[in-house]
Design a protein around this ligand. Structure first.
Ligand SMILES: [Zn+2]
Length: 268
């Protein structure tokens, strides 16, 4: 599942089409990505409009088109956005193609967990649901106080699981949540109610910092994350804790339905 930096990277893939007019919309109407909005509505809603801008918010993307049309996109598990030249042959997984004069904007999705929304807002402002999304972990609105209140609402929830809650931490996914716990040397199973006030504070700081750093490394050009991050070791066979003084074998286990990785020595 894409996390905030991958989503930020992805939404920029269509930016070469900004200013271009959609001459034709091609869809696979039976594709599951149209479960919330029928393909016919997307066709009708976007044809002849031009792409104005793109935005990312947590795991959500938004594409603004002229005349107040807003296409929301969620990548699901295998969704991919890219631009191709006008002559490219259509492929089976290309469930949405926006044809422009000089290029095609393509959304391809092998497993079809991705989904779309389409809002037509005559006053030109973004749809209400988008405006109502909780603040991003890099926004000013993601305050210490807001985080503290959220932690206190779910005393029985393990910290790792809490960090995956998109109402509190939009864009934080499995890998980032593990990274935050590991950086702070807190076992991911620790119940939110057992965190000290100092730890709650540290979780807030680490969440902001890791979000910012992930965006910096991945958000623009899909760069590599530093080797000092847990993320770069967690899936390797025999992965070891990257802390220089530690080098203990990492452990992986299920926690509330998600594969979780931690260092049994640092996070004891
Ligand atoms: Zn360690």
């Amino acid at each position: 599942m894409p996390e905030l930096a991958e989503v930020e990277y992805s939404r920029k893939r269509w930016n070469p089409g900004i200013g271009g007019v959609v001459q034709e919309v091609r869809t696979h109407p039976k594709s599951r990505i149209y479960r919330d909005v029928p393909a016919t509505a997307v066709k009708k809603g976007l044809t002849s409009r031009s792409l104005v801008a793109s935005y990312a918010h947590g795991k959500q993307m938004m594409f603004e088109f002229s005349g107040g049309a807003w296409l929301g996109l969620h990548l699901g598990m295998t969704g991919k956005l890219f631009v191709a030249d006008p002559g490219r042959e259509e492929e089976k997984r290309d469930h949405l193609i926006l044809r422009m004069k000089d290029q095609q904007l393509i959304f391809s999705d092998y497993r079809m967990f991705g989904k779309l929304t389409l809002d037509l807002c005559e006053d030109g402002s973004p749809p209400q649901w988008w405006q109502d999304l909780p603040p991003r972990t890099t926004d000013h609105g993601f305050t210490k106080k807001r985080h503290y209140t959220f932690v206190k609402r779910f005393p029985k929830t393990p910290l790792k699981t809490l960090l995956l809650d998109q109402r509190g931490y939009p864009g934080i996914g499995n890998w980032m949540a593990d990274e935050i716990c590991w950086r702070l040397r807190i076992p991911p199973q620790t119940r939110a109610g057992d965190l000290t006030d100092v730890q709650i504070d540290e979780v807030w700081k680490a969440t902001r910092q890791i979000s910012r750093d992930a965006l910096k490394h991945v958000g623009d050009d899909w760069g590599d994350l530093p080797k000092s991050w847990l993320m770069t070791h967690r899936w390797k066979d025999g992965g070891i804790c990257p802390r220089k003084t530690c080098k203990t074998d990492l452990v992986r286990a299920d926690l509330r339905g998600r594969t979780t990785c931690w260092c049994p020595s640092c996070q004891d």
